[in-house]
Design a protein around this ligand. Structure first.
Ligand code: COA
Ligand code: AMP
Length: 624
C-alpha cells in the first residue's frame, strides 16, 4: 500500500488498522476490543489486552532463536568503552535487575525514578521496571537537584536508581550529591536508592543506598509479569508553561503497537538492522528510539555516550555509523550544526565508511533549510525531518521511508503520519485555508502510544491539551499545511522553548528569577541562535530599593537558574532593564520582545500600555 491509501485507512477504519498493527505484538491475552471511547476525551487502546513490554522487547526474540543477535551496542568515547549485548546477555542483566527491584519491594504499579546518563544500565533499569510492571520515570541528567526533587514528589517512587556520575565531554558531573540533595529536599522519601558506581567518581554511600553491582550479583532473576495494556509503562516529565513539569503517561499496549509500526513504516528498520539514535535516554527520543522501538522489533540499538563534537572530534557520529554498520540514524539538527561549525567540509567524515547508512532522521527541533542542504550534500542519502513531541511518543509528521518516500520540501517534516489527523485552526477554532498559519491540532482520538493522561492530574491533561478546541489535541506548535498536504511547523505558540533539541519552559526560568529578593518582575524569552536553534535571554526589573552591582547580580541570577533548574537551562544572558513592555491589561509583550531580539523592526503593538518602556529596552533587546 502507498502512503495515501494507508493514511486514509488509518483515519477511516482506525480499529481495523490498529488491529492489524497489534498482530506484531505477543499478547498474554489478545485484545478483543480495540478502542474504548466510552469516556471522551479520554480514550484507551486495546482495553482488555494483556502483555509485557519487556517480554516483547527481549524474551520473544530469544524464544524465536535470535538470542545471539546483537541487541545493544554501548559506544562510549568518553570512557573508552565499547560493549555489545546480545539479546541473551541483555535479558540476563534485565531479569537480574528486575530481581533486585523485586527484592527491594517494588511491585506492579510502583514507580521507580531513574537518574542516569546514557549508559546500558539506564536501559537495563527501564526494561527491568517494564518486566515487573513497575512504572519508570527517567529524569535527564542535566536537571538540578530541585527539578529531581519535584519529580520525586510527583511520582513518589519506592526506589530511585542513579549513577554516581555522568561524563559531559571532558567533565565529570557527580550525580550522587545532586540525588542526595533532591531526596533531602523532597517531601516523599524513596525506600532505597540503587547506585551504579562508576570509576570516574565513586560516590559515598548513605543509609538508604544500595550498590548496583552487589545487588545484581545477589539477585534472583525475575520473570515477566503480565500487565494490562492500559497500565502505565512510564512517566516522562516534560516542560510546560509553568515551573511544574507535566508527567506524560504512556501505556504498555498502545506504545508497543505504535512503536513497532513506526520501525517498519517510518524508519525502514527490520530485525537485525542497526539503528543509532544520538540522543539521551532522558528524552522521549531516547525512550522510544534508543530503548524500546529497536528492541521491540528485534533490531540492534546503539547507545552512544558522548557528544557530536569534542569527544574527541566532530567525526564521532560518523565513526559510530561506520563501526557498527548503522542503517538508520536519528539526531537533532543542533548536533549537525555543531559538527558543521567545526568541520564544514566534512574532513572527519572522509575517515569513515558510512556506506551502510541509508537514512538520517532529524527531529526534536526545527530543521533549517541550510542545515538540511549541508547534510544532504555531505551524506548523499535522504535526510528526513520529522516532527513529534514527548506527548505523542512517535512521529506525527514524517517522510515515511519504509512506506513511500516523498519528495522533500525544505522546512517541512513532510506529511501527517498515518494515525494522526492533523488540522490547522484559527483562534476561533475554524479550519484555515492551505498555506495559512494557525494552531496545529490533532483530531481525537489520538492514535495508540500517545499520552493517556498527566500523572495524577487528569484535569491538567484536559486543560492543557484538550479544552482549547473541543475534540482536538492542542500540540502547542503553530504552523500550516500547504496545498500538497505538507506540514510546516513554525514554532511554539506557548512559553516553551527548544534549546539544542532540549525542551525548556521560560515560565520555569521566570519563576526561578522572580524568587530572588532583588527582582520585582522579569521575562525570559527564547531568541534565535545559529547553533542551538534557540537560546533563552532574561530581562529583569529590580525592586526600587535595590542598589546592587548589575554585573554581580546578573551572574548571581544566572547561577540561580542553573542551581534550580540545571545546567541544561543554558540561561547565560540576563539584562537588568528599567521596565518591561506590557499591554494595557498588564500582559508582558514577550512576542514583541522576541521579534525585536531576533532582528525584526517590530513596531509597538496597538495594545501597548506605555510605548516609552519598549523604546527604552529596544537597544538592549537588539544587542543579543
Ligand atoms: N548531564 C549533566 N549535564 C548536562 C547533560 C547531562 N546529561 N546534558 C547537558 N548538560 C549540561 C552541559 O554540559 C552544559 O553545561 P555547561 O553550561 O556547564 O557547559 C549545559 O548542560 C547545556 O548543555 P547543551 O545545551 O547540551 O549544550 P552543550 O554546549 O553542552 O552541547 C550540543 C551542545 C548541540 C552539542 C548538544 O546539546 C547536542 O548534542 N544536542 C543535540 C542532540 C540531542 O541530544 N537532542 C535531544 C533531543 S533529540
Ligand atoms: P519534545 O517534547 O522535547 O520532543 O519537544 C517537542 C517540541 O519540539 C515540539 O512541540 C516542537 O516545538 C519541537 N519539534 C520537534 N520536532 C520538530 C520538527 N521536526 N520541526 C519543528 N519543531 C519540532
Amino acid at each position: 500500500m502507498n502512503y495515501r491509501t494507508t493514511f486514509r485507512a488509518s483515519l477511516d477504519w482506525p480499529e481495523a488498522f490498529w488491529t492489524a498493527a497489534a498482530e506484531e505484538i505477543d499478547w498474554y491475552r489478545a485484545p478483543t476490543r480495540v478502542l474504548d471511547s466510552s469516556n471522551p476525551p479520554h480514550y484507551r487502546w486495546f482495553p482488555d489486552g494483556e502483555l509485557n513490554t519487556c517480554y516483547n522487547a527481549l524474551d520473544r526474540h530469544i524464544e524465536a532463536g535470535r538470542g545471539d543477535c546483537d541487541a545493544l551496542i554501548y559506544d562510549s568515547p568518553v570512557t573508552a568503552t565499547k560493549t555489545t549485548y546480545s539479546y541473551v546477555r541483555l535479558r540476563h542483566d534485565v531479569a537480574r535487575f528486575a530481581g533486585v527491584l523485586t527484592g527491594l519491594g517494588v511491585t506492579r504499579g510502583d514507580r521507580v525514578v531513574i537518574y542516569m546518563p546514557t549508559v546500558p544500565e539506564a536501559a537495563i533499569a527501564m526494561l527491568a521496571c517494564a518486566r515487573i510492571g513497575a512504572v519508570h520515570s527517567v529524569v535527564f541528567g542535566g536537571f538540578a537537584a530541585n527539578e529531581l526533587a519535584i519529580r520525586i514528589d510527583d511520582a513518589t517512587p519506592k526506589v530511585v536508581v542513579a549513577a554516581s556520575c555522568g561524563i559531559e565531554g571532558k567533565r565529570i558531573i557527580e550525580y550522587k550529591p545532586l540525588l542526595d540533595r533532591a531526596v533531602e529536599q523532597a517531601h516523599h522519601k524513596p525506600d532505597f536508592c540503587v547506585i551504579l558506581q562508576r570509576p570516574q567518581a565513586v560516590a559515598e554511600m548513605g543509609e538508604r543506598d544500595v550498590d548496583w553491582s552487589d545487588a545484581i550479583a545477589a539477585a534472583t532473576p525475575a520473570a515477566c509479569v503480565p500487565v494490562a495494556s492500559t497500565d502505565p509503562l512510564y512517566i516522562l516529565y516534560t516542560s510546560g508553561t509553568t515551573g511544574k513539569p507535566k508527567g506524560v503517561v504512556r501505556d504498555n499496549g498502545g506504545h508497543a503497537v505504535a512503536l513497532c509500526w513506526t520501525m517498519n513504516n517510518v524508519y525502514d528498520v527490520a530485525p537485525r538492522d542497526v539503528m543509532f539514535s544520538a540522543s539521551d535516554v532522558g528524552w522521549v527520543a531516547g525512550h522510544s528510539y534508543i530503548v524500546y522501538a529497536p528492541l521491540l522489533v528485534g533490531a540492534t540499538t546503539v547507545l552512544y555516550e558522548g557528544k557530536p563534537v569534542g569527544t574527541p572530534d566532530p567525526g564521532q557520529l560518523w565513526r559510530v555509523v561506520a563501526e557498527h554498520g548503522v542503517r538508520t540514524m536519528f539526531t537533532a539538527p543542533s548536533a549537525l550544526r555543531v559538527i558543521r561549525k567545526e568541520d564544514p567540509a566534512g574532513a572527519f567524515l572522509a575517515d569513515h565508511d558510512i556506506s551502510r547508512m541509508r537514512y538520517l532522521f532529524l527531529g526534536g527541533e526545527r530543521l533549517d533549510p541550510a542545515t538540511l542542504r549541508w547534510a544532504q550534500d555531505l551524506l548523499g542519502i535522504p535526510v528526513v525531518d520529522h516532527w513529534w513531541q514527548t506527548e505523542t511518543g512517535w512521529p506525527v509528521a514524517a517522510n515515511l521511508m519504509g512506506l513511500e518516500p516523498m519528495p522533500i520540501k525544505p522546512g517541512s517534516p513532510t506529511v501527517p503520519v498515518p494515525g494522526w489527523d492533523i488540522g490547522v485552526l484559527d483562534a476561533d477554532g475554524r479550519a484555515v485555508a492551505p498555506g495559512v498559519d494557525g494552531a496545529l491540532v490533532v483530531k481525537l482520538p489520538l492514535p495508540p502510544g500517545s499520552l493517556t493522561t498527566l500523572w495524577n492530574d487528569d484535569d491538567r491533561f484536559v486543560s492543557s491539551y484538550l479544552s482549547r478546541y473541543t475534540g482536538y489535541y492542542l500540540t502547542g506548535d503553530g504552523g500550516h499545511i500547504d496545498k500538497d498536504g505538507y506540514v510546516f511547523v513554525m514554532g511554539r505558540i506557548d512559553d516553551v522553548i527548544n534549546v539544542a533539541g532540549h525542551r525548556l519552559s521560560t515560565g520555569a526560568m521566570e519563576e526561578a528569577l522572580a524568587g530572588h529578593p532583588a527582582v520585582a518582575e522579569c521575562a525570559v524569552i527564547g531568541v534565535a541562535d545559529p547553533i542551538k536553534g534557540q537560546i533563552p535571554r532574561g530581562f529583569v526589573v529590580l525592586k526600587d530599593d535595590v542598589d546592587a552591582d548589575e554585573t554581580d547580580l546578573s551572574a548571581e541570577l544566572v547561577q540561580r537558574v542553573r542551581t534550580q533548574i540545571g545546567a541544561v537551562a543554558a540561561l547565560r544572558d540576563i539584562a537588568i532593564v528599567p521596565g518591561l513592555p506590557k499591554t494595557r491589561s498588564g500582559k508582558i509583550l514577550r512576542q514583541t520582545m522576541r521579534a525585536i531580539a531576533d532582528g525584526a523592526d517590530s513596531p509597538a503593538p496597538s495594545t501597548i500600555d506605555d510605548v516609552s518602556v519598549l523604546d527604552a529596552i529596544r537597544p538592549i533587546l537588539r544587542r543579543g
